[in-house]
Design a protein around this ligand. Structure first.
Ligand SMILES: CC(=O)SCCNC(=O)CCNC(=O)[C@H](O)C(C)(C)COP(=O)(O)OP(=O)(O)OC[C@H]1O[C@@H](n2cnc3c(N)ncnc32)[C@H](O)[C@@H]1OP(=O)(O)O
Ligand SMILES: O=C([O-])CC(=O)C(=O)O
Length: 376
């Protein structure tokens, strides 16, 4: 069994901050399960909507339940006019994660959760609408067109690709999006989920919980790492160049985004899965640069630092091969993780006590009041 990570110290690392039945992370150094189901089985056999149902309703749906659930989600894809209007006013150079945050927040004004009994419907609406929000804004801001937000594709991942590219995705791309959304759906008490739970613990509304979580996911130490990983691999034209570049960065003690993890000690189980799909996509597009560069980065980081790729690293090349603009990578994470965030909000609400830890004080012992006229 792998050595567990150093606990204690900064970042609440290793400290138990609550109870969950949703997910285990790194129980044997590397494992990941959602409600007891291994991530490799879910990525191989499940649909993302099935996984969302599992997280949110507590069990895998049967055929009828899954069909009904997908039908419900398809029926919730239409944007309210007032939200369209807000999206049309957000500038082209805004970061898409800020668009997601605003989109979620505005939805909370238009379709407010006024009672917790409405939570499932509000959650399903966010799951259905987030791909529409981001693609509607993106295509309006960048191409000046108001897209039709309906599509025949019944999967959330396929719907996103169709709205983004204006055409039905091929089978491989729809499959990879499905796998990607499953891999990103849930991860125990990660920073953004914890933010959502803190917000929920004050008995706030579901849109506030998710808006806070989106802002927390945005940073490059968390979800933003997939975009940062893309920026890194794009700098290199060959694996040798990548090796040289990385060695220099390590020497300068720079952080390499897409590597390392707060909990896993040996590997992130999501990496092997998305790496395999990235390789398939590389073959499809005839790539001879990005994928080999990514593989060399992985080898160098392990050899030099025993640091492994986390979920984000091979997502960068996989998304790129499907023609997804880099700045939309983290919003895809939102489209998926909203299932995990809201499952945690439901769990927090079921057995709530306001989350309010303590701090060790290291400020001055006693400060004598100084009238304003006498201050330096
Ligand atoms: C889906 C996700 O959110 S996965 C995470 C995505 N984030 C990234 O990829 C950002 C890059 N990675 C990191 O910054 C970190 O590995 C984190 C934030 C994920 C985890 O942070 P921590 O738990 O504090 O890392 P950890 O305790 O393993 O760090 C040990 C040492 O390795 C170093 N290290 C960890 N990750 C990296 C990295 N990616 N590049 C260079 N050095 C690193 C740390 O600086 C630390 O060195 P130090 O002891 O000299 O300070
Ligand atoms: O668990 C974490 O700290 C970060 C992570 O991998 C995730 O949220 O998917």
């Amino acid at each position: 069994m792998a050595e567990s990570k150093k606990t204690g110290g900064a970042g609440l690392r290793g400290q138990v901050a609550g109870v969950t039945a949703l997910c285990t992370v790194g129980q044997s150094g590397t494992g990941l399960t959602y409600r007891g189901y291994d991530i490799s089985d879910l990525a191989e056999y499940a649909q993302f909507e099935e996984v969302a149902y599992l997280l949110l309703r507590g069990k895998l749906p049967n055929r009828q339940e899954l069909d009904d659930y997908k039908k419900k989600l398809v029926g919730l894809r239409e944007l309210p006019d007032a939200l369209k209007s807000v999206l049309e006013h957000i500038p082209k150079d805004a970061h898409p994660m800020d668009v997601m945050r605003t989109g979620c927040s505005v939805l909370g004004n238009l379709e407010t959760e006024t009672d917790f009994s409405q939570q499932d419907d509000k959650i399903d609406r966010m799951l259905a609408l987030f791909p529409t929000i981001i693609t509607y804004w993106y295509r309006f801001a960048h191409e000046g067109i108001r897209i039709d937000t309906a599509s025949d594709v019944d999967s959330i991942g396929g719907h996103f690709l169709e709205l983004l590219h204006g055409k039905k995705p091929n089978e491989l791309h729809e499959r990879v999006m499905n796998v990607s959304l499953i891999l990103y759906a849930e991860h125990e008490f990660n920073a953004s989920t914890f933010a959502a739970r803190v917000c929920a613990s004050t008995l706030s509304d579901i849109h506030s919980c998710v808006t806070g979580a989106i802002g927390t996911l945005r940073g490059p130490l968390h979800g933003g790492a997939n975009e940062a990983a893309m920026a890194l691999i794009q700098k290199f034209k060959t694996p040798d160049e990548a090796e040289e570049g990385l060695m220099g960065m390590l020497e300068r003690k720079e952080k390499i985004m897409g590597f390392g993890h707060a909990v896993y000690t040996e590997s992130d189980p999501r990496n092997a899965i998305i790496k395999k799909w990235s390789e398939k996509l590389a073959e499809e597009v005839g790539d001879t640069v990005l994928y080999p560069v990514s593989v060399r980065c992985e080898e160098v980081m392990w050899r030099e630092k025993k640091l492994f790729c986390n979920a984000d690293f091979f997502h960068a090349s996989a998304y790129h091969f499907m023609g997804i603009p880099t700045e939309l990578f983290t919003p895809i994470f939102v489209m998926s993780r909203v299932s995990g965030w809201t499952a945690h909000v439901k769990e927090q609400r079921e057995n709530n006590r306001i989350i309010r830890p303590s701090a060790d004080y290291n400020g001055p012992e006693h400060s004598e009041w100084v009238p304003i006229e006498q201050r330096d």
